[in-house]
Write a protein that binds this ligand. Structure first.
Ligand SMILES: [Zn+2]
Ligand SMILES: [Zn+2]
Length: 688
């Protein structure tokens, strides 16, 4: 399947672009040839210090792979590369490539299990992919081939998409290249030499990349047998070390992520040092596919996104809408308990409002074009905040009233490029479970604590109890006093500490208007999803000039906190579908019980049972078709209905129910009252 990939939103690929730019020497710390020469004349040999503390003298031209054969160190896995005085080098590189300033070199192994090791391994795999494609399609032009999380890709200008047959041939050719044991050899070229070299090969994308580098830049290429690619390295020793790999998908991708550039053909793949690791990974990918909310959304008839309506605009079908209603009911009930007031706001507002809020300046690229109504410009809302502020502003406020908490399931519209839209996870119209808290500075911590309590309870109710938490601190460009920033950041941290919630600091990653807590939930497959955000805001209270009368009788500016616990209902629903693989817990299942009479003779009893369960508050369907019971059961299982009640002669006679779970487990015979009691326990056990 071909899909358009968007590399502008792919931070991993952005990071990898700098392999070809002058900005980052982190990967191999190259110096200019002159410096290397000077260093080498001064130091013909090096003392290498191994991780175990032992030292040995080596010739400057020895390869690291050989250095390592001469230590007694033994490791659980074989190193992918080495750190020499902190600089990462491939095993094929020489001690002198580290261009060291001292003659004592501390050499440490880099393993596949480290992020650096994986990058090097996957990056080397991408070279093999490129070589295979050039062998089979000599006219294909090479673009870039970075490692990404869990794999790698390479972009080619081919003029047409790759077919599944192409991919199979490429994979086979890759195996031959791996078996050929080509050593990755590093070569240094001047900028002019490199341009000439790639121009002769017709590699115009490489030439473009080289031209952008500074004049005195040392350019390295890597040779593996007959194939040469522009690259900073480092790589594994030889193609043979890429043991197990698999090409996964293809996609169209614009050169440099810009739709004005040519469309390239991207091949994604992954690779692992052992067959078992690769197989486990492929199984995980299968599981991800099986859980894909777009597929389950169709199969279970939950929602749809249609061209006729517009990209990124979701319609909720009855079963999905029912789940949404349950989520919203839960949300409302909890917010009421936690002292929130509910408010509603319109979907459009005058452009002036967004000017005042600053969204027009800071958020314009995500906003739609204004519409003119009776000569006044209006704008579709990208946020709910200004409305809540206007409600706050509608009265004179006293310190006694604070904190004020306004909550709204507010639907917002944000412009996202069509290339990044993705099912329910990335859409153009969505509903935030939004709230704005207006409080005195001394109330921040207590309010954050309450928000954290509500967050933990909410997420746990939906089956998430593992998270990653980040506190983002003051960025370079920001508004608000130092005192306020320090106070608010300390309040966020101290609230997390007192809740025993471990967090990491994201230095300088706060929004310009205040520090924030971001919480990512971990799903059943261990994937992280950005979900909850709690943001302190010193900016909007100022822009809208809101105040309260303090104890001293003077006007003071309240602190504002924006917070969303689930984030967006659409996205949260998408995550829920994948987390549960569509098998929602009893309290969320659109149909909770299916009553399945075996023959027509049990219809009357089926009606009676269904009526009793419905009266007890459960969502019940009865299947009265004269189909075989096996088929009815299978269909109910596919629809992931939690309970099936199978009614035959025996059940009618005994006035009992035969209960079966969607997992296939038989619970056995129960009286209707006993079954209802069991359901009640299961529901209250989860949703409080
Ligand atoms: Zn490379
Ligand atoms: Zn807000």
């Amino acid at each position: 399947m071909t899909q358009v990939a968007d590399s502008t939103h792919n931070t991993v690929s952005d990071r990898c672009l700098f392999r070809f730019s002058s900005r980052c020497d982190a990967m191999n710390g190259m110096k200019t040839p002159k410096t290397i020469r000077e260093t080498l004349t001064a130091m013909p040999n090096f003392t290498v210090r191994f991780p175990d503390g032992t030292e040995r003298r080596f010739d400057k031209d020895i390869r690291l792979s050989e250095v390592m054969t001469r230590t007694d160190a033994s490791w659980k896995e074989s190193p992918v590369a080495f750190k020499v005085n902190g600089t990462v080098l491939g095993p094929g590189q020489r001690l002198s490539d580290a261009a060291p300033a001292t003659d004592v070199l501390v050499v440490e192994p880099v393993f596949f299990s480290s992020p650096e090791g994986q990058e090097i391994y996957r990056h080397s795999s991408a070279h093999i992919l490129a070589q295979a494609v050039k062998d089979l399609f000599p006219d294909a032009k090479l673009a870039i081939g970075p490692p990404i999380e869990e794999g790698f890709y390479y972009d080619f200008d081919l003029g047409r998409p790759f077919t599944p047959e192409d991919i199979e041939r490429i994979e086979n050719r890759m195996r031959e290249i791996a078996a050929a044991r080509y050593v990755f050899e590093r070569k240094v070229l001047s900028k002019q030499e490199a341009i000439r070299f790639f121009e002769e090969k017709g590699e115009s994308y490489k030439v473009e990349l080289i031209r952008e580098m500074p004049e005195d830049e040392t350019i390295t290429v890597y040779e593996q047998g007959p194939f040469v690619d522009l690259c900073r390295g480092p790589h594994v020793l030889s193609t043979q070390h890429i043991e197990d790999f698999k090409l996964l998908t293809t996609a169209g991708a614009y050169w440099r992520g810009d739709e004005r550039n040519p469309m390239l053909q991207r091949i994604y793949g992954t690779s692992f040092p052992t067959k078992q690791a690769l197989e486990e990974h492929l199984q995980k990918l299968e599981e991800i596919k099986r859980r894909d909310h777009r597929r389950l959304g169709k199969d279970l008839d939950l929602y749809n996104v249609m061209d006729e309506i517009g990209a990124g605009l979701v319609i909720w079908h009855p079963k999905g809408a029912l789940i949404r209603k349950l989520i919203e009911d839960f949300w409302r009930e909890q917010h009421q308990r936690h002292g929130y007031d509910f408010v509603y706001s319109p979907h459009i507002a005058r452009l002036d409002l967004w000017k005042r809020s600053g969204h027009l300046d800071f958020y314009r690229e995500n906003m739609y074009a204004p519409m003119s109504i009776e000569g006044i410009d209006y704008e579709l809302k990208p946020m709910n905040c200004p409305f809540h502020i206007m409600i706050f502003k509608s009265h004179l406020r006293s310190y006694r009233e604070l904190p004020i908490r306004y909550a709204e399931l507010g639907t917002v519209y944000r412009y996202e490029r069509s290339g990044v839209l993705h099912g329910l996870l990335r859409v153009r119209g969505f509903t935030q479970d939004d709230a704005h808290l207006f409080c005195r500075p001394d109330q921040i911590e207590q309010e954050i604590l309450k928000v954290l309590d509500l967050t933990v309870f909410t997420l746990k109710t939906f089956g998430f109890s593992e998270y990653e938490i980040y506190v983002s601190t003051r960025p370079e460009k920001s508004v608000g006093s130092t005192e306020n920033w320090e106070r608010a950041t300390a309040a966020l941290e101290s609230a997390l500490k007192s809740k025993n919630m471990p967090y990491q600091i994201d230095p300088g990653e706060g929004v310009f208007y205040g520090p924030k807590i971001d919480l990512k939930i971990k799903d059943v497959l261990g994937r992280s999803w950005q979900c909850t955000t709690v943001q302190v805001d010193f900016n909007l209270p100022d822009r809208f000039d809101i105040s309260y009368i303090g104890e001293d009788g003077k006007e003071h500016q309240p602190i504002m906190i924006h917070r969303a616990l689930m984030g967006s209902i659409e996205r949260f629903f998408g995550v829920l579908i994948e987390h549960y693989a569509g098998a929602f817990p009893l309290w969320l299942a659109p149909v909770q019980i299916k009553v399945l009479p075996i023959t027509d003779e049990q219809h009357a009893y089926a009606h009676e049972v269904a009526a009793a369960l419905t009266a007890a508050g459960y969502r019940v369907e009865t299947d009265l078709r004269s189909e075989k019971i096996g088929l009815k059961i299978r269909e109910s299982e596919l629809a992931k209905i939690p309970y099936m009640i199978i009614l035959g002669k025996r059940e009618v006679q005994g006035n009992k129910l035969s209960v079966r779970k969607r997992s296939g487990e038989n619970i056995g015979e129960l009286a209707t009252t006993a079954f209802i009691e069991k359901l009640r326990e299961e529901v209250t056990g989860v949703s409080g």
